[in-house]
Design a protein around this ligand. Structure first.
Ligand SMILES: [Zn+2]
Length: 212
């Protein structure tokens, strides 16, 4: 799941106007932000294995720190405490942590059983929505559209919001229907670059959306 996570971020930023869109993006993608760093450090592993599930050619072999429920909750709380503004600090921190946990929940729905609840969990979890492309699209696209609609409804300027949403859709469809990535290195570095890009673009759109 990719734009489904971002749909949740759009919705959260619409519900809590003090939470900037870029910050909400990073929170909702927090496990995927930590993941390439840990892959580069040799702590986590994945492989390119087309057909592993219908939707993604990536096989997540070992990612107990970026993607276990326990560490996602902890990372979410730490990130929430760091980014929450002074006003209603606790509420914002908890919302950011909840966004990180929403990432785990949606991954749990999508992935085949490859997610631990804590590092060292002997049982891996995942409901395997990714075994069906149509079921994945049926869940992910409405989730994304609903989040964008909630956010756009409150935006003073909708053009930048819709341009960002359309770009994310195109990237997502390219990932779904394009050829598998050339190497794990390419995947890792694109994942690494994606996070600051989402943060920057999200906050830029946020400024435009809130401008009177
Ligand atoms: Zn993930």
């Amino acid at each position: 799941m990719f734009i489904g996570h971002l749909g949740v971020a759009f919705g959260a930023s619409a519900a809590e106007p003090r939470l900037k869109l870029g910050t909400a993006f990073v929170a909702a993608q927090l496990p995927d932000a930590l993941w390439p760093v840990l892959v580069l450090a040799g702590v986590e592993r994945f492989a390119i294995a087309p057909g592993d599930t219908v939707v993604t050619p990536l096989r997540f072999e070992h990612y107990p720190w970026s993607h276990s429920l326990l560490t996602v909750v902890l990372a979410g709380l730490v990130f929430g405490a760091l980014v929450a503004g002074r006003a209603s600090r606790l509420r914002q921190a908890l919302l950011v942590a909840a966004l990180a946990v929403s990432h785990f929940a949606l991954d749990w729905l999508s992935h085949r059983p490859d997610l631990p609840l804590w590092p060292g969990d002997p049982t891996l979890h995942g409901l395997g929505l990714w075994n069906s492309l149509s079921a994945t699209l049926a869940v992910e696209l409405p989730l994304f559209a609903a989040g964008v609609a909630l956010y756009a409804r409150r935006a003073a300027r909708r053009g930048p919001v819709l341009a960002l949403a359309a770009t994310l859709c195109v990237v997502h469809l390219g990932n779904l229907f394009g050829p598998p990535p050339p190497s794990t290195t390419a995947v890792t570095f694109s994942a690494l670059l994606l996070i600051p890009l989402l943060w920057w673009w999200g906050n830029r759109v946020d400024r435009a959306a809130r401008a009177a």
